[in-house]
Design a protein around this ligand. Sequence first.
Ligand code: AHM
Ligand code: MG
Length: 333
Amino acid sequence: MSKTLVQFIIEEQRNIPGASGDFTGLLSDIEIACKHIAHQVNKGALIGVLGSAGSENVQGETQKKLDVITNEIFLECNEWSGHLAAMASEEMDEIYPIPAKYPKGKYLLTFDPLDGSSNIDVNISVGTIFSILRCPEGVANPTEKDFLQPGTKQVCAGYALYGPATMIVLTTGNGVNGFTLDRDIGEFVLTHPKMNIPADTAEFAINMSNRRYWEEPVQRYVEECVKGKDGGREKNFNMRWVASMVAEVHRILTRGGIFMYPFDTKDPAKAGKLRLMYEANPMSFIVEQAGGASSTGRQRIMEVQPTNLHQRVPVILGSKNEVERVVGYHSGK
Ligand code: AHM
Ligand code: MG
């Protein structure tokens, strides 16, 4: 019989002295939330959940109905069990302390409940991204500053991909494993053990419509990829852009590639598009654990000291040798 996600985590936790079972319980709640979200995404128009909610999130982005619904699902599935001290979401202005009627736990959870939601109405893959941090020692009522830990402090990071199959891919700092939802038994089962990103690739992903706003190092790198063998590279490159980061990272984990949402001057007030706490850090942890690399172009993403819950960062991640090349261009090589 195939190993289920919960069985996998229980077995992994047995190797950690003093593990209390809290973490296993938390992951099991997250898994249930992802099953609920998969159901909503899967039913789509049949249950009237597509389209705009008519509201904006803290980032000034129009929320889809499913952004709001999936955020509620994540809160509801994770607030009651006593494993968390607080949560923070891309879709909420402030952190969400665990309500007083529930016991509090030792972990903090950050999440983007429905990443790539601009794709939802056109029936293209979307995902959920999450990251687990420890609540600082002695803090009973965490505030925003308790969340501002660099990515290197993450205990676990994962994503759910709602594609042709629904998957959860996660790391606890001991490699990356992928689980596929078997709808016949209602469980995620281990289908992609020890995922590994090849160091070399001939595939890049970037939103080319932003080209005129990029900095010179990214201009140079992409120009070289486009020219391929005619421009000094040893191979020709292919390009993909799904506009769903989860689908993009999953492709890279499966067959390699480089993904970039770099700094651009389109809106100089923003350091990038993607959010450090909900997107960049968890994806960087996963990518590094699979043998890839992740950088802003100037710094390892997981070493960025967060200063704000909703801050944005440039993201360049994927196959190690290509990421290192782009980083090299940023340092003038
Ligand atoms: P979202 O969290 O509002 O969905 O935004 C994040 C998404 C990523 O999944 C994707 O890589 C990027 O935005 C696509 O941006 P663009 O539409 O500029 O190509
Ligand atoms: Mg997002």
